[in-house]
Design a binder for this molecule. Structure first.
Ligand code: OOB
Length: 547
């Protein structure tokens, strides 16, 4: 695919082996749409409030939108930034892109100018698909501001009301459904190749460089199938989506796509608020849902007094950040279901505890890889494997873990070893039974309730402030979210800086709210390591003393 020439392919012998083994089946994500419509036509596929879409509706709507996107000049290998909340249009938009080989880039609703512009420029996005007003914020206006700064032409598509004349109204595009058969055949001819990139997922990252992960149709479908199998998804699955749908976890592990590929249904909620979640579980007969630990904690507190019937719920998938064994043991009893822990990453590798795991596995481990072809290597600081059972950094390769980020060869030489192992930056040990236990992290990142924040990105932006001579961002422990961002700064002589001023400056710079530092410590001197980098271990200690 010439338009996306920064994609790093798997070595051809391995690609061949993954095909021969049946991991990669040579299908595209969009190719299932009409198969489902024919098999399951009037069964419900997607529920969003009062909107209930059957599998047939899904196919018809996705095709209508695909044809309109094509008429706007978008096609195979073009990218579009998708910044939609959890809503049925998100699912239709994603499927429409896949019919054409257009690559959706999964942005999150809290992202602002900074993220949209840097990622939009990096992938040369041909369009931005945004809500109108969302949580009081005007995304249409944001998208136009971003569009003007992009170095290439891009369209703004809006899912919402009050669509400006210079935007494209997606809801109006979704109106007609005449001509279904002819349209279907026209679109079949535009289908991408199974080895094409299907979707760009955002990486948590550690540096200031924007990093996106190109997941191919072959690899993503394999990931979806294996996750669905690990979680026992089937026709009777009713999966509730509460985490932002653009994250790999609720999207495809097994998530929305796992539910659809299994013949079940996906219920979309725009928020993890316990009252809304419990109401949805009762009303829709939800059988599975997923949460980060911070969200699971809120549900546990609220469940006892919810007054709702949660008996349909069989499994809750919890992952994305550290979960203590003690909390893990309480989740199932509190929600009346089984806990499945998941350790995963947008870069690929997914581990799950089995549906019927004994408590000591489900509570104390993050499970084992979903594929027998996943390779795991635990190494010391010298990249030499540690003795079995000891903790070290996890390196991984496999049929759904791509060999590089898109278009950043220099960064790839740091994040991947020469023989293609992805450096997770996570400290793990592997039990004799083969289960992964996450023990910590060596990467320079802050995990705020499951949202990953690159320390390097925050430092780069804080360094731009005129008051700041030197900065280091570290994780501040937090009982609710696990971690929050704290920045240590050394100021230029004669300058002052408060947390509120720093936060206002970063907000004005267009940084997403969840990344804004929540504590600022001014030091006369920032301690350094022997190589002259800020000594984050010393800073972490200092912070703990001050808290
Ligand atoms: C998920 O994906 P990402 O890409 O947002 O973040 C990946 C990182 C991992 O490298 C690790 O540092 C952390 O999130 N993480 C966990 C964890 N699961 C992920 N840390 C401790 N315990 C866990 N169980 O977060 C993600 C993607 C798919 C499924 C689940 C989570």
């Amino acid at each position: 695919m010439t338009k996306l020439d920064g994609v790093v392919p798997w070595p051809s012998d391995l690609a061949h082996a993954y095909r021969a083994a049946g991991c990669w089946q040579g299908r595209t994500l969009g190719s299932y749409l009409w198969e489902w419509a024919e098999e399951r036509g009037d069964r419900i596929a997607v529920i969003d409030g009062d909107h209930r879409l059957t599998y047939l509706d899904l196919a018809v709507r996705a095709d209508v939108l695909a044809e309109r996107l094509s008429a706007l000049g978008l096609g195979r290998g073009d990218t579009v930034l998708v910044q939609l909340p959890n809503c049925w249009e998100f699912v239709v938009t994603t499927l429409a892109c896949w019919r054409l080989g257009v690559v959706p880039v999964m942005m999150l609703p809290p992202h602002r100018e900074y993220e949209l512009t840097s990622i939009g420029a990096h992938v040369r996005a041909g369009a931005l698909i945004v809500p109108g007003l969302w949580r009081g914020y005007d995304h249409q206006e944001l998208a136009h501001r971003v569009r003007e700064t992009l170095p290439h032409p891009a369209r703004v598509l809006v899912v919402g009301d009050d669509v400006r004349p210079d935007s494209v109204d997606v809801r109006a595009m979704l109106q007609t459904d005449r001509d279904v058969e002819a349209r279907r055949h026209r679109l079949d001819r535009l289908a991408p190749a199974p080895s094409d990139v299907a979707v760009f997922l955002l990486s948590g990252g550690t540096t200031g460089v924007p990093k996106v992960i190109g997941r191919t149709h072959d690899d993503y479908l394999y990931n979806i199938r294996r996750c669905a199998a690990a979680c026992g998804f089937g026709h009777d699955t009713v999966y509730l989506t509460v985490l932002p749908a653009g994250h790999n976890f609720p999207l495809a592990n097994p998530g929305i796509l796992g539910a659809l590929y299994s013949g079940g249904r996906a219920v979309l909620l725009p928020s993890p608020r316990p009252d809304l979640v419990f109401e949805a579980i009762e009303e829709e007969g939800v059988t599975a849902t997923s949460a980060v630990p911070a969200v699971a904690l809120k549900w546990m507190e609220a469940a006892a007094t919810s007054g709702r019937d949660l008996s349909s719920l069989r499994h809750v998938h919890v992952g994305g950040s550290m979960l203590s064994q003690e909390v893990a043991a309480r989740i199932g009893p509190a929600l009346g279901c089984r806990l499945q822990q998941v350790y995963g990453m947008a870069e690929g590798l997914i581990c799950y505890t089995p549906v019927d795991a004994p408590d000591e596995v489900a509570h104390a481990t993050q499970g084992s890889p979903i594929s027998p072809f996943d390779e795991l290597l635990v190494v010391g600081p010298d990249d030499v494997p540690v003795p079995p059972g000891e903790a070290g950094e996890l390196l991984t390769r496999g049929p759904y873990t791509p060999r590089g980020y898109y278009g950043v060869p220099v960064q790839n030489s740091v994040s991947f070893t020469p023989d293609g192992w992805y450096r997770t930056g996570d400290l793990v040990r592997i039990t004799p039974e083969g289960n992964v236990v996450v023990c910590g992290r060596v990467k320079d990142q802050i995990n705020r309730g499951g949202e990953k924040i690159s320390a390097g990105e925050i430092e780069m932006l804080v360094q731009e402030l005129p008051q700041v001579a030197e900065v280091a961002a570290v994780a501040m422990p937090d009982p609710e979210l696990g971690e929050r961002v704290c920045v240590f700064v050394r100021l230029r002589p004669g300058h002052e800086l408060t947390l509120a001023e720093a936060a206002a400056a970063l907000t004005a710079r267009g940084l997403a709210a969840f990344k804004i530092p929540e504590r600022l410590e001014v030091l006369d001197d920032i301690p350094h390591t022997p190589v002259g980098k800020p000594d984050k271990k010393a800073l972490q200690k200092l912070l703990l003393n001050r808290l």
